[in-house]
Design a protein around this ligand. Structure first.
Ligand code: R1P
Length: 348
């Protein structure tokens, strides 16, 4: 950590950069694809309008990568978030502080599938998710039973289905099998909370059967979607003191690695003259909202034991990435619900 952060409640640098993603206002677009590994972000970024070297790229000290550009003229960002609910929490909350208006966030992630009929290399688009968490109050050392070793939450609904958000269930093609309107389970670990057996005392031998019995239409297991859906469903705009966030001038570079430095996509603002006062919660603007959806790529089938090949994984994430870009860009959002173009890294 090289920067001085202000405000222990929500740490930001003096020039408005959030603590973990390293972003500030105008560097992340309203339409966002959230992926796990940076290689997936780069694969999907090949569909953006700009040449790769002209895209805005920011890698934070904590290894979150944000790529911002346009898809068919519509500003979009692709964020590589790493793994797990805590990382999803950083991304949703910190991006929320860096963009005015609506957030439309679609996760494209890999998953294990519990539906024997869906082969690896398929896509699943859930309409809801439950959470599966290890119960730390359970006596893992000596309890004779497996009951209560894991906590299974009630489902939370994807806002894509309940709130006029972009439909991300694409038309299937012969090469890609797609199943929509299923239920997902997001676990707090890859191993124990997804019923994988290791050398640890996890009391999870019958966890998958218990999940299937408890959650109707359960189809996939992964680690982030529940938290995305949950945060999207509970977020409400909160008027800030003074109603304005003033971004003071700064001398870049700071901690994050930002590229390119000299093209039209430069970090903001670069001189005192460009310092802006951004109205975060104008009373005349419609209340902002977060709309969330997820597309899960079946990398493993937990019933048959099959695992996807690297070639198929790469082609599937590109195919899914392009379809989600099309859905996001094609979803009409009124200009009053979007971050102002002026002063942003996507300003033309
Ligand atoms: C585990 O291998 C990781 O893969 C899945 C899980 O949710 C977890 O993050 O998603 P990603 O492919 O998006 O990382």
């Amino acid at each position: 950590m090289k920067d001085t952060f202000l405000d222990a409640n929500f740490p930001k640098t003096a020039d408005g950069r959030v603590y973990h993603l390293g972003l500030r206002m105008g560097e992340v677009a309203n339409r966002i694809i959230a992926v796990g590994p940076p290689s997936r972000a780069e694969d999907i970024a090949t569909f953006l309008d700009e040449r790769s070297e002209d895209l805005f790229r920011l890698t934070s000290e904590r290894a979150f990568l944000t790529i911002t550009g346009h898809y068919k003229g519509v500003p979009v960002s692709i964020v590589s978030i790493g793994m797990g609910n805590p990382n999803m929490d950083f991304v949703v909350r910190e991006v929320r502080e860096c963009v005015q208006g609506d957030m439309l966030m679609v996760r494209i992630g890999s998953c294990g599938c519990l539906d024997e009929s869906l082969p690896v290399g398929s896509l699943v688009v859930p309409s809801a998710s439950v959470a599966v968490n290890r119960n730390y109050d359970f006596d893992f050392q000596s309890s004779p039973s497996n009951d209560n070793a894991y906590l299974i939450s009630k489902p939370v609904i994807a806002l894509s289905t309940s709130n006029n958000a972009p439909s991300v269930c694409p038309e299937p093609e012969p090469a890609v099998e797609i199943k929509c309107n299923t239920v997902n389970a997001s676990a707090d670990s890859f191993y124990s909370s997804q019923g994988r057996l290791t050398s640890f005392l996890d009391h999870n031998e019958d966890l998958i059967e218990r999940l299937q019995a408890r959650v109707p239409n359960l189809s996939t297991l992964e680690m982030e979607t529940f938290h995305l859906f949950h945060l999207a469903s509970v977020w409400r705009p909160r008027p800030l003191e003074g109603n304005h966030l003033t971004i003071p001038p700064t001398n870049l570079p700071v901690d994050p690695t930002i590229s390119p430095r000299s093209s039209k996509f430069t970090a903001l603002p670069s001189s005192p003259a460009q310092a802006k006062s951004i109205n975060l919660h104008s009373e005349s603007a419609p209340a902002a909202r977060i709309r969330a959806a997820a597309v899960h790529m079946v990398f493993a089938n937990r019933i048959t034991g099959d695992f996807v090949t690297p070639e198929r994984a790469e082609s599937l994430q590109k195919w899914a990435g392009e379809k989600v870009l099309q859905a996001l860009a094609g979803f009409a959002v009124d200009a009053s619900r979007l971050h102002p173009e002026e002063g942003s890294v996507w300003e033309s």
